[in-house]
Design a protein around this ligand. Structure first.
Ligand code: ZN
Length: 654
């Protein structure tokens, strides 16, 4: 949906916090490898017991979150975790390589480096760290980044350890992978910027390019994560976490701008109506007997069968306002729906949308009567287990009370489609304590001098060098540089005889077009990509098959691929090679020998003698079509054409 709002008149402001994983040999506080684990070798379980002071002031979201997960299971893999990750051994000294990279970034951003760096502990209560805190250190503050005619201020540059990788919730056990815990991250916070969403995206693009130009950062989805703070005039700052791609960033900014301004419009209307928000939730009644009598609504029936409760909350003065939609899909009702999802509650209805969903007019009237409502009032009905209803009803009342102030300050998560959903209320300033296991690190002038020549080059310069080295045009060079495939591209280009332009275009333009069809690139690991190009280099597949194999693998989940993979029990190769084998088999994409091709073409000619007799040399295009229908992906088109032409001319001459 195109935004009709003007960012300048709304005073749109966006602050970035970019988290970039570094490509160091070892983790920040131990010698373990930063490689992502392919499988885990062992695991251990911990109980989470955050203290009241760690949870801070009473916050229903934090309490609820905590009530969901008493137990955490950590999965560990050999090589990527040791006693440090398990919190059985104190952290080692800060890895020099990571510190150096953080310092070179600071120099490149004209930031003032600290004379002494102190490692701090930042409390985390979600189980994402075995210690209960994240170690972080302020490396530099201030500085700037120049973009076209704008100068963007830098607030701070920190070096920190990445959190463990969230794997999933199973019953009441939350699972994390330790391979990511302790991977060095540089966190760069920028001063809030203004402009259109596209101009703001340029800031993230430029900073990302500067970091990648160092060639010392990790690549791939998830290796750079942006948290953004978005606000509009008269609103509050909303933090959106987990933006991973630039086109998603533009959509998120547009969505938030519209959502936040929409909420401000709703607040203005509530004020015009002189709504007294203190009265929200002044009456809460059990209405299971009303809605459950005939159990007409499927959702209500399910809740009651599960032993749940159904309550109705009176919302004085809100008639027509819960469903009021200043912009498409921007309304309080939707905010409430997303909010209760956080509390695992599915059943939420409000008076502006009823009767509907199997709830009848008579039932609505009976609820209104029980709540002693007048025509200006609204109600919200909530159904679910007793425990969840308690948290959710409180959150709903708080949210409706906050509606009169417009935008609540909260933390939201970006969706892949570029919208945002409620994650939790915005936490206060993070509580930090000094890390007592690691002494402060002195940064001397001579140390900084020695790093001066290691600061990242300008992006343009790096792209020019890349273009020259591999004989690529500038556009392709910048595309491959900006992609997550630079390293694998360079490896293939230097180890095979394949034209670099061909490799780069497959890994950029072709993959992008497959992605646009909604296919997921995550299956194409560096290993898989190398395997495919090595086969091409050996001549066991054709150039035309490369993209077809990509596509087949990205549609993985396809039963044929997995069936063939499972059948390869005698193949000792790793999973990746098996998958490429399977894709090739499913496509029938193995190259055939010239001899086989020649025989096949003779057969096609024999079967089409009538056409050849009729059209003579003009039959070539028809025969070519039939030949390619059979040999696409198995034989090079030019070769088929040449052979066919040769055979036909010999025959016609005779
Ligand atoms: Zn370790």
């Amino acid at each position: 949906m195109a935004s009709i709002l003007d960012p300048a008149s709304l005073n749109l402001k966006v602050g970035f916090e970019i988290h970039q994983q570094l490509a160091t040999k070892s983790k920040l506080f131990c010698d373990c490898s930063c490689e992502e684990a392919k499988k885990y070798d062992n695991s251990f379980v911990r109980k989470l017991r955050p203290t009241q002071s760690e949870l801070g002031a009473y916050d229903p979201a934090a309490m609820f979150e905590f009530s969901k997960m008493h137990t955490v299971e950590y999965l560990a893999a050999f090589g990527s975790s040791c006693l440090v990750e398990a919190d059985e051994e104190p952290p080692h000294d800060v890895t020099k390589e990571a510190l150096e990279i953080a310092l070179t970034f600071s120099l490149a951003l004209h930031s003032k480096v600290m004379h002494e760096i102190h490692v701090m502990r930042k409390i985390v209560i979600d189980g994402s760290n075995t210690t209960g805190f994240q170690r972080t250190m302020l490396v530099a503050s201030g500085g700037y980044l120049d973009i076209a005619d704008k100068r963007i201020g830098v607030q701070s540059i920190c070096l920190e350890e990445d959190a463990a990788k969230f794997i999933g919730d199973e019953k009441r056990v939350r699972k994390f992978g330790l391979d990511r815990l302790g991977v060095p991250l540089v966190e760069i916070a920028l001063e809030p910027v203004t402009g259109t969403p596209n101009e703001i995206m340029q800031v993230a693009l430029t900073l990302g390019r500067l970091l990648r130009a160092s060639k010392r950062v990790a690549r791939g989805l998830g290796s750079i994560r942006q948290d953004i703070n978005i606000s509009v005039h008269n609103g509050a700052v909303v933090e959106v976490k987990g933006v991973q791609q630039l086109d998603q960033l533009i959509k998120v900014i547009e969505h938030e701008m519209q959502r936040q301004y929409g909420l401000i419009v709703i607040a203005q209307k509530l004020k015009e109506k002189n709504v007294d928000v203190k009265k929200v939730g002044d009456r809460i009644e059990d209405v299971a007997d009303i809605l459950g009598s005939k159990a007409a609504s499927r959702i209500v029936k399910k809740i009651l069968e599960g032993g749940g409760r159904i309550i109705a909350i009176r919302v004085p003065g809100f008639a027509g306002m819960v469903g009021f939609e200043p912009y498409n899909n921007i309304r309080l009702g939707r905010e409430l729906g997303k909010l209760v999802k956080f509390y695992d509650v599915d059943g939420v209805f409000h008076s502006d949308e009823l009767p509907n969903y199997g709830i009848t007019e008579e039932e609505v009237a009976a609820v209104k009567q029980r709540l002693q409502m007048n025509d200006n009032d609204a109600f919200v009905i909530l159904g679910g287990s007793n425990d969840k209803i308690r948290f959710a009803s409180e959150a709903i009342i708080q949210r409706l009370k906050a509606a009169v102030d417009g935008v609540p300050a909260e933390t939201r998560a970006a969706t892949p489609e570029g919208t945002t959903v409620f994650l939790r209320p915005r936490p206060g300033v993070a509580r930090m304590y000094p890390e007592t296991d690691i002494p402060p690190i002195a940064i001397t002038d001579s140390m900084l001098m020695s790093l001066a020549d290691k600061t990242p080059r300008q992006w343009d310069e790096v792209v020019d060098l890349l273009a020259k080295k591999y004989n690529l045009n500038k556009k392709l060079a910048s595309q491959i540089f900006d992609s997550e495939y630079l390293n694998v591209f360079e490896e293939i280009a230097s180890k095979t005889k394949i034209q670099p332009t061909f490799i780069a275009s497959k890994l950029t333009e072709d993959l992008t077009s497959l992605q646009r069809q909604g296919l997921d690139t995550s299956v194409l690991t560096d290993q898989v990509i190398k395997d495919i190009f090595t086969r091409l280099d050996r001549g066991s597949i054709t150039k035309e098959s490369v993209v077809l194999i990509f596509e087949k693998l990205m549609k993985n989940g396809e039963p044929t691929i997995m069936r063939i993979v499972n059948e390869q029990t005698n193949v000792k190769d790793d999973m990746e090679m098996k998958m490429v084998n399977a894709a090739i088999e499913a496509l029938g994409a193995s190259s055939i020998s010239d001899e086989e091709l020649s025989k096949g073409l003779d057969r096609i000619i024999n079967n089409n003698m009538a056409i050849i007799k009729e059209k003579g040399a003009n039959a070539l295009s028809t025969l070519m079509g039939r030949a390619m229908a059979e040999y696409r992906g198995k034989a090079n088109g030019q070769k088929v054409n040449a052979m066919l032409k040769d055979k036909m001319s010999k025959m016609i001459d005779n």
